[in-house]
Design a protein around this ligand. Structure first.
Ligand SMILES: [Zn+2]
Length: 455
């Protein structure tokens, strides 16, 4: 039987797939830092060689203003459905070197995990896709396979909308399988059906042209930090709700059915969060559980403030400017551009007239809510169920994967979100790792999906 042969092939070829993974992890494809641009390209070229030489795919590198998008195509039987496999080959910077137990770009196996930047997010997931297709090719590819591998996910996929519009025809597919969403726990295979969107902001508030002595001018001179704190501090009320008018208007309410489904997902309780993070407890919007706040409710979150005197000791000045970075996580059916207008209108109404200010709006990604009862979801459920022997969880994620909304919007391809990274894989943090037995199961699950998918 072909599926059986493909799974057999996976077992035999695991050492080879491990070598692929280790080679891939050695490339520091950090997209957030322009000095690594050539390494990001090297990762794309490394993948292009695997697709061309090992999978016999027809390959194209689509250039963008930043990092190339790799497209690959392997024809299956004529009339068979087409699956598009998505991945991003870029990674986050490693962060503080001292926090790592090993070198971030020198993969090391400890216990049954492999440690390296990008291991979980999402180089092991990409290799799982390649390995599954390699095994399926050996046994007889049951459908048409396409690859879409981008290098800008960690910077918000700014080039992707353009690429999708230009190549919508080449990307035509019945479904996109995207393994960037991870698992809810060990041996808890997960299908993620919702993602929050994102709108990024930077507010700059200006006072006097140069900083001034507060003994001479304090009390009479406009202070940009005072003005910014006053306005931004009022953007949440005592119930943890965002006060920006219209902010919640487009938010789709949670149904009782969905609340029940979400309540089954694992989440650290109040006691654990106290112990682990040293805070007195959770904070946020009244009327929703902490889990619901992180998965299914929108936020306004401050990330950083830069301005005035921040050195040791004191320096009594009236500062000349302050910059505040913040963002909103969005849920269906909020629109990032509309939220941008609401925030701007709020600042126009509330920022005191004695300061000048400027609001910069970063790349936005719309939120997504995918259907969870289609035949494609059913096929994936079954593939995961047969591999792990347990019923997969259906979950929403509080995070953002811009490609999912963009693929829907510009290429009319619906995504299926899953993944084989465990919750403690420390994606974006030090000692990022991939649990190897889960990774091997992931490869098997993708193989099962390829054989089960009927379009
Ligand atoms: Zn990712």
């Amino acid at each position: 039987m072909t599926l059986g042969r493909a799974l057999e092939h996976v077992r035999h070829q695991m050492p080879r797939y491990r070598r692929w993974l280790e080679d891939f992890l050695r490339i520091p494809s950090i997209s957030t830092d322009p000095t690594y641009a050539s390494e990001v390209r090297r990762a794309a070229e490394w993948l292009a060689r695997r697709l061309r030489n090992d999978l016999q795919a027809r390959v194209m590198l689509w250039e963008t203003e930043k990092h190339p998008v790799l497209f690959g195509e392997i024809p299956g039987p004529s009339g068979a459905p087409t699956v598009l496999l998505y991945g991003h080959y870029d990674v986050q910077p490693p962060g503080e070197a001292e926090a790592w137990q090993s070198m971030p770009f020198e993969p090391v196996v400890m216990g049954d995990r492999i440690y390296a930047r990008g291991a979980a997010d999402m180089k092991a997931q990409i290799i799982a896709l390649l390995a599954a297709v390699d095994a399926a090719r050996e046994a007889g590819l049951p459908l048409n396979v396409k690859f879409l591998l981008e290098g800008e996910e960690e910077i918000g996929s700014p080039s992707l909308p353009r690429v999708l519009q230009d190549h919508a025809e080449a990307l035509r597919a019945d479904i996109c399988l995207n393994p960037d969403a991870g698992m809810q726990g060990p041996d808890l295979p997960t299908i993620t059906y919702g993602l929050r969107g994102l709108a990024l902001f930077e507010l700059e508030v200006y006072g006097p042209k140069e900083e001034l002595h507060s003994g001479l001018y304090g009390g009479a001179m406009p202070n940009p930090i005072q003005a910014a704190m006053r306005v931004l501090g009022c953007m949440h009320d005592d119930q943890g709700r965002v006060t920006v008018p219209g902010f919640y208007d487009a938010v789709r309410p949670l149904t009782p059915e969905e609340r029940e489904m979400l309540s089954r997902l694992p989440f650290p309780d109040e006691e654990e969060v106290r112990r682990r993070y040293g805070v007195p407890g959770y904070w946020g919007e009244a009327g929703y559980t902490p889990l619901e706040r992180t998965l299914a409710r929108p936020t306004l979150e401050f990330h950083g403030i830069l301005g005035g005197y921040v050195g040791t000791g004191s320096k009594t000045i009236v500062p000349s400017s302050v910059t505040v970075k913040f963002s909103c996580r969005l849920v269906p059916d909020q629109d990032p551009d509309e939220v941008h207008r609401q925030i701007r209108a709020y600042l126009e109404a509330h920022m005191p007239p004695y300061v000048r200010w400027e609001l910069r709006y970063g790349v936005g990604a719309p939120p997504v809510l995918l259907p969870w009862d289609t035949p494609a979801v059913q096929t994936l459920r079954q593939a995961l169920q047969e591999t792990w022997g347990v019923e997969p969880l259906l979950a929403r994620s509080g995070g953002t994967i811009p490609a999912v909304a963009f693929l829907q919007q510009y290429a009319d391809v619906t995504s299926l979100l899953t993944g084989f990274a465990l919750p403690d894989s420390r994606a974006h943090g030090p000692n990022e790792n991939q649990h190897l037995p889960t990774w091997e199961k992931g490869i098997q699950a993708v193989v099962r999906f390829l054989y089960g998918f009927r379009g």
